[in-house]
Design a protein around this ligand. Structure first.
Ligand code: GRF
Length: 232
């Protein structure tokens, strides 16, 4: 069971990443770390899909990369046991789900929620689940974006940390809109992981505390890629 970070703890945050596909969010974390903008150690990348690009990207960067394919296990629970045993082996302070396409069961999340975050491509609580860009278009939303939240057993329903907003523009289709969102996902995720690296954010029950204060609304990614409190 993990707990709130001690404010005095200044060693680089050990970060594990879970992903199923292209891994552009992982690549953004890697680039920020390599540029000296993020005080983290990327200690492992895990995927349910052996062919996922995210694993290749990690391998090329010399980061331990492991596929844990569900079909090799008798049940979802056994698969998750194997996955999280491997994740635990690298002793992460923070587990980042970045395009991990499987629902994680409540048992695997027990005790992990305070150190597990997910990036989701919508302004939660709007558009949980899949196909969020088309859902935003179908709903006629003027604004769309991405959210970073703690992972709980409620799918895409965990406490929100921060969001990035983009406009929906005339003529948008899901592809154009998703590209606009993705461009903001990368700085959003880096800024959120930086909050953890600086030991500024904790989950306390269902509340998110930043700098010791409960936040009433998710923080917002500003144009300069910094997180700011959202005006009421
Ligand atoms: C992102 O849009 C993320 O928000 C969603 O899945 C996508 C992953 O993209 N959960 P990538 O693998 O990081 O490029």
């Amino acid at each position: 069971m993990v707990q709130a970070f001690a404010a005095s703890d200044r060693r680089p945050l050990r970060v594990a990443v879970l992903g199923s596909g292209r891994g552009s969010n992982f690549a953004a974390l890697l680039a920020a770390r390599q540029a000296g903008r993020l005080a983290i150690d990327l200690v492992g990348v895990f995927s349910d899909r052996p062919a996922a690009l995210i694993l290749r990207r990690a391998g090329e960067a010399g980061i331990p990369a492991l596929a844990v394919p569900p079909r090799q296990y008798a049940s979802r629970a056994v698969h998750e046991d194997a996955l999280f045993a491997a994740v635990d082996d690298v002793q992460p302070d923070l587990i980042v789900c970045a395009g991990y396409m499987r629902i994680i069961g409540a048992r695997a999340l027990e005790g992990r929620s305070p150190r597990m975050i997910n990036i989701h491509p919508s302004l939660l609580p709007r558009h949980r689940g899949l196909d969020t860009h088309q859902a935003a278009l179908d709903a006629g939303d003027a604004e769309h974006g991405a959210s970073v939240h703690f992972v709980t057993a409620e799918l895409d329903g965990g406490p929100l940390i921060a969001q990035a907003r983009v406009p929906v523009l005339p003529g948008d289709d899901a592809e154009r809109l998703s590209a606009r969102v993705l461009a903001r996902e990368h700085p959003l995720l880096c800024a959120c992981v930086d909050l953890f690296a600086q030991r500024r954010v904790v989950l306390s029950g269902a509340a998110v505390l930043i700098d010791g204060q409960r936040i009433e609304r998710p923080w917002q990614l500003a144009d300069d890629d910094r997180l700011i409190e959202r005006a009421a």
